[in-house]
Design a protein around this ligand. Structure first.
Ligand code: HEC
Length: 94
């Protein structure tokens, strides 16, 4: 007798690499483009919404200033005020 063993290797390749698309949650409004362009270079915009409860205009000025001076965010004077206005309006505490 001759036994033949047939191996059926059914290999289910389930390598669906889920693209980790970081969703952008920022509210629509004047200045959003600038914020998206400048403030998502190093971290997700979630940093902004997570901090929104705490900051008034002075607070956001301080944060953006820190991002520019300490972290090195490439923001010019015009963009600086656009960003602060946007953040104060949409993510500021009155
Ligand atoms: C050059 C890189 C870089 C850019 C550009 C940048 N950030 Fe940040 N940001 C950081 C780093 C690094 C931290 C974490 C700092 C820490 O933990 O102290 C941070 C933290 C934050 C936080 C958390 C609170 C805090 O003060 O640490 C907020 C809010 C924030 N960034 C907002 C912004 C905004 C708004 C912009 C656009 C003007 C911006 N970031 C652009 C690097 C950057």
């Amino acid at each position: 007798m001759f036994k033949q063993i047939v191996l059926l290797g059914a290999l289910a390749v389930s390598g669906a690499a889920l693209a980790d698309e970081s969703k952008v949650h920022l509210k629509d409004g004047a200045g959003k483009d600038v914020v998206l362009a400048k403030c998502t270079i190093c971290h997700s915009p979630d940093y902004i919404s997570m901090n929104s409860v705490f900051q008034d205009k002075k607070g956001w000025e301080g944060t953006v200033n820190k991002m520019v001076k300490v972290m090195g965010a490439p923001v010019n004077e015009q963009e600086f005020s656009q960003i602060v206005d946007y953040l104060t309006k949409y993510y500021g505490k009155e």
